[in-house]
Design a protein around this ligand. Sequence first.
Ligand SMILES: O=C(O)CCC(=O)C(=O)O
Length: 285
Amino acid sequence: MSYALEPEQVDQYQRDGFLFPLEVFDNNQVVNILEQLEHTRTVAREQGLESELTQLLRTNTHYILPFVSELARASQLLDRIESILGPNILLWSAEFFIKAAHTDKIVSWHQDLTYWGLGETDEEITAWLALSDVNVESGCMRFVAGSHHQQIVPHRDTFDAANLLSRGQEVAVDVEEDDAIDVILQPGQVSFHHGRMFHASGPNRSARDRIGLAFRFITPEVEQSVAKRDYAMLVRGIDRGKKWIHVAPPTRLFDPAELELHARIRQDQFAALAEGAEQELYTAY
Ligand SMILES: O=C(O)CCC(=O)C(=O)O
């Protein structure tokens, strides 16, 4: 069975820079994913990794959490990604965006590609998986339709501690907030967005955690132009190029060698993320 997008959905993505809601995982699968996340927390506690857990969950989780790398390879997800990126697909990052119940944490207006060193490419797409009810009250993302047709606009760093982004970065241009679209998702649904999409999200005023898992897919043609080297996991097709260091899926939760590699990757990618920053970054993206 193919989960490929309809041509009209591809057109819609090209026109608007986003597409949602896509029914990707069912309720049982969501329950299973949340159990795996809970198990991850338990094991982190047992292994003395609790203080690092927020950071570990925020960046490149596909290199250390087997269930995340498996989810990324689900045909329900990849068939749809292939409709946009073509047959050869790399997973560059997988990141949990968790806003605890009644929290002021926000994400300011930004374009993802600004600090990744991947240029202005059209060959990067985020698939954001909702693992809880994601709505205005719980701090859903907001998109500005068509904003991906612009190049990367100047951003300024705010280093606001309430911001989930590394530099509290925000676009230094006016955003037509009244025209923004609320990305309301049920658990198991996914939204796609383009790497130059203007997007943001507000605080979680609800009584439950708002949990999202963002997968960043690229094609092998995308290039890292700031960091000396960069890494990705081939999840479909082939990559005959030499632009990416391929990393195999993790073998078990928090394997010491895989944790070491995860730290090295983060350090290598840091050059791109930190370029031009005037303060230390407090999260990775
Ligand atoms: O989860 C959020 O609220 C923001 C996520 C985001 O900015 C992204 O996935 O690019």
